[in-house]
Design a protein around this ligand. Structure first.
Ligand SMILES: [Zn+2]
Ligand SMILES: [Zn+2]
Length: 364
């Protein structure tokens, strides 16, 4: 494969930036469309149609991508890797699973791996301050709140209603016909780019405590924290399995579980109920990640203090409302947590609340 020619204008990737964000900013700097920039970077995303329609891009860089990007821009392989979702593996996602699902499913992996490969959430204030740098973690389904600005992330464009960066009525197509300012929605609506300037989008403030939960969640996601469940040190993969298990237990126990939770703000219960309408409990999307930034924030508020319990006894006490509500709803029979490899300390905390009768099964 011939390597691409060196581009005259290059902007360096910023800390935490996603690959699609950087290539968009490269395109904007070079006054071309994202589709043309993908060609100039040698990404080879074009298939049989003239459109640039990447099936999965930005998940894991291979040698070809690293070499081509380095030849075109001088950006080193390590920096390219850091812009790909694989930095969250193992932890909130498995890159191999994202790639395998992405080959077949229309919405690559939003279900199984709790990540939006093509679309993203966003903090309008971060976009304003950075001139349009999109953080990689905004693609994770558990992204709810900006810890820097203390606001709930934006799910959709307030003007056209499309999921941000998803592409609008021509989903997952990198525009070839128009350039895309990094701070503008630019989803395709009726064949034209949506002109909404995203830093102007109205944001909802979030409490300092949920911002702090999101910050600690991210530390573990980036492999920087020392994850623990009920005072027992666990691997990042186990920690996220326990986090997911709590999300599923919460969904199973709605709405009854809300009466058992103490100190949870009213909007939080509302967000969980609205989320349930979209995600389950019996629908196909029951096991998907949080459906909105508000739902993600609500799950953080309930689940983080639970996992951060000081010891196994405290963990058992905090798991109790979730486990009891799910058991009373008769939901354990279908083994709703079957695929989750949770740490032993968490499994014991949940099963300790199942009454010792033969017909009450464990959720695994
Ligand atoms: Zn922000
Ligand atoms: Zn829009």
């Amino acid at each position: 494969m011939a390597l691409p020619r060196r581009l005259a204008l290059v902007t360096a990737p910023r800390p935490g930036e996603g690959f699609g964000s950087w290539t968009d900013r490269m395109a904007w700097l070079n006054r071309c469309s994202p589709g043309v920039m993908a060609d100039l970077l040698g990404l080879e995303l074009r298939g049989s149609s003239p459109e640039v329609r990447p099936r999965v891009c930005g998940v894991r860089a291979d040698d070809g991508v690293r070499r081509a990007v380095c030849a075109a821009t001088g950006v080193a392989g390590g920096a390219v890797d850091r812009m790909h979702l694989a930095v969250f593996d193992p932890g909130p996602l498995s890159a191999a699973a994202v790639l395998s699902v992405g080959e077949t499913a229309a919405r690559a992996s939003a279900g199984r791996e709790w990540v939006e490969v093509s679309g993203s959430r966003a903090c309008p204030r971060c976009l304003l301050a950075s001139g349009g740098v999109w953080q990689l973690w905004w693609k994770l389904s558990c992204a709810g709140v900006c810890p820097v600005h203390g606001v709930v992330l934006l799910d959709r464009c307030p003007s056209c209603g499309c999921v941000l960066r998803w592409g609008g009525t021509r989903p997952r197509v990198l525009p070839v016909a128009w350039s895309r300012p990094p701070t503008v929605c630019a989803s395709s609506v009726g064949g034209r780019p949506c002109p909404q300037w995203l830093p102007l989008a109205r944001v909802r403030p979030a409490s300092a405590s949920v911002g702090e939960f999101q910050r600690r969640w991210l530390e573990i996601a980036y492999g920087r924290g020392r994850p623990a469940v009920g005072g027992v040190e666990v691997s990042a993969a186990e920690w996220f399995a326990a986090f997911r298990a709590c999300v599923l237990l919460l969904r199973l126990g709605l709405p009854g579980v809300l009466g058992r939770l103490h100190g949870v703000p009213g909007w939080c219960g509302q967000a969980l109920l609205e989320e349930r309408a979209e995600r389950g409990p019996y629908g196909r999307r029951f096991g998907w990640g949080p459906a909105s930034a508000s739902a993600a924030a609500a799950f953080l508020i309930v689940v983080m203090p639970l996992l951060e319990a000081a010891d196994a006894r405290e963990l058992s006490g905090r798991v109790r409302p979730l486990a009891r509500a799910a058991i009373e709803a008769g939901c354990f029979g279908a083994r709703p947590l079957a695929r989750l490899e949770v740490p032993e300390v968490f499994a014991r905390a949940v099963t300790s609340h199942a009454p010792a009768r033969r017909w009450v099964k464990t959720p695994w």
